[in-house]
Design a protein around this ligand. Structure first.
Ligand code: TGC
Ligand code: FAD
Length: 398
């Protein structure tokens, strides 16, 4: 007879253990998650609070280490990329974001935006030139879509590319660009006579400059920049030959959004585990905080949302690895998992009282970061509208 339930109740389980998530992963997936978790905990976690406080990230150094681990463009095939499945990529994002959203953002932008844009839409020459160096971390990439007045509506962008003989001249300003000041190469999207087109721009091209955006309260362990393109002259070979229209950049966003579906849960898991540990040792009114029903209600509710988010992420990952996942399905995951992760990080902070407002504990750092994650890669509202359009057939964006 097949046993379908395990009789003994376990105690002191970690939240995701309650869902038996590991049983839904194969050995390679578990190994990749464990390797990234170890790397984050030993090499990165000891520095995270300081990087966040100082508003810095040693991106050059980290790029090499991420490259050595095979994390850069890890779900892409060939050109020095690891070629893992989508679930493994998602799990790596989750483990990185359990450290800090800035780490996951670095890897997302490099692999899913910069490298994917070249891998999906680039010429063979562009792929040979950039992908192996981006995969190893010898080069850093960024992705310039957003402008100050065109974030949710990138189709309105004002950056232009005009022909001058066989060359292209790019002019305009991009805003909020992750890794902008670190990058060796930027994928820049611009209006042309043929609609929106993408360009591979070496950042040492005359007329290209980047300015760091300071005073951030979120994603502090991440470099965010303004890109200025002042009559940047590029050869015809700099254009991404296959990408025509908004479909080009939006297809790259699907990849990065997929990573966020898993990644945000890393921040949530780390917050919740920190709250459980804190509640177990903090005594209030002569008893551990964890022994009070109100605390246990919070922990139970957060565990449910974390586990449901994980099941949703895995479902999308399995679809991506088999029949394919649609942009609207990714919207379901991005909307739900970032929203719930932010709620979990905030609730975890409450359990820590005043101690929770310091960088000694991770939940408020995660919550601050998740405010950016809620906004970038399509705001919650954009994903609601995508889901609404899929359900009703009516577009309410305009
Ligand atoms: P719309 O008319 O709907 O579509 C224009 C063309 O694009 C196609 N399309 C997509 N293709 C692939 N994937 C998707 N997700 C797609 N969504 C639309 C569509 O089929 C159409 O193709 P075609 O061939 O018929 O022309 O365009 P719209 O102007 O109405 O805009 C739609 C909307 C609002 C959903 C879109 O503009 C949008 O997603 N806005 C949000 C912008 C955004 O997410 N920006 C992110 C910038 S990068 C970033 O934030 C990095 S953060 C750092 C990190 O990741 O860690
Ligand atoms: P807006 O578009 O001005 O939105 C403001 C508010 O209006 C939001 O709540 C929005 O949901 C709402 N809204 C907009 N339209 C509608 C509507 N039709 N109906 C109802 N509500 C609406 N971009 C890049 O290209 N590359 C990067 O590497 C990158 N990295 C980033 C890193 C960080 C830390 C941050 C914060 C942003 C980054 N971005 C990047 C930009 C990001 O993608 C944009 O901020 C995002 O798309 C939202 O655009 P916006 O900030 O202009 O907000």
């Amino acid at each position: 007879m097949t046993t379908t339930t395990t009789p003994a109740a376990s105690t002191n389980l970690r939240p995701l253990e309650m869902f038996g998530i590991d049983n839904l992963l194969d050995e390679d997936e578990r190994d990749i998650a464990a390797t990234v978790r170890r790397f984050v905990d030993t090499r990165l976690r000891p520095n995270l609070a300081e990087w966040f406080e100082k508003g810095e990230l040693p991106g050059r150094e980290l790029a090499k280490e991420f490259g050595d681990l095979g994390l850069l463009g890890m779900h892409l095939q060939g050109y020095g990329c690891a070629g893992t499945n989508a679930v493994s990529y998602g799990l790596a994002c989750m483990e990185l974001e359990a450290g800090d959203s800035g780490l996951r953002s670095f890897v997302s932008v490099q692999g899913s935006l910069s490298m994917f844009s070249i891998h999906r839409w680039g010429s063979e020459e562009q792929k040979q030139e950039w992908l192996p160096r981006l995969a190893s971390g010898d080069a850093i990439g960024c992705f310039g879509l957003t402008e100050a007045d065109f974030g949710s509506n990138p189709g309105g962008m004002r950056t232009t590319a005009r022909r001058d003989g066989s060359d292209w001249i790019l002019s305009g300003t991009k805003m909020w660009i992750t890794n902008g000041n670190l990058a060796d190469v930027a994928t820049v999207w611009a209006q042309t006579d043929e609609g929106i087109r993408g360009f591979v721009v070496p950042t040492d091209t005359p007329g290209f400059s980047a300015n760091v955006i300071h005073k951030k309260l979120s994603l502090r362990a991440s470099v965010t920049s303004e890109l200025v393109l002042d009559n940047v002259r590029l050869p015809a070979s700099a254009q991404l030959p296959e990408a025509v229209g908004l479909r080009g950049p939006l297809s790259c966003l699907n990849e990065a959004r997929f990573g966020i579906v898993f990644g945000a849960l890393g921040a949530a898991r780390d917050s919740l585990e920190a709250a459980i540990d804190y509640a177990g040792v903090r005594e209030v009114f002569d008893r551990p905080l964890s022994s009070y029903q109100l605390t246990q209600e919070k922990l139970a509710d957060m565990t449910l949302e974390l586990g449901k988010g994980m099941l949703l992420a895995l479902q999308l990952g399995r679809l991506k690895d088999t029949s394919g996942v649609t942009p609207d399905q990714i919207s379901l995951g991005k909307l739900n998992n970032v929203r719930e992760a932010l709620a979990i990080a905030r609730e975890s902070r409450t359990i820590m009282g005043a101690s929770g407002i310091t960088l000694e504990y991770s939940p408020l750092r995660h919550a601050n970061n998740l405010e950016s994650v809620l906004t970038y890669e399509g705001t919650s509202e954009m994903h609601m509208l995508s889901i609404g359009r899929a359900l009703t057939g009516q577009s309410a964006f305009r």
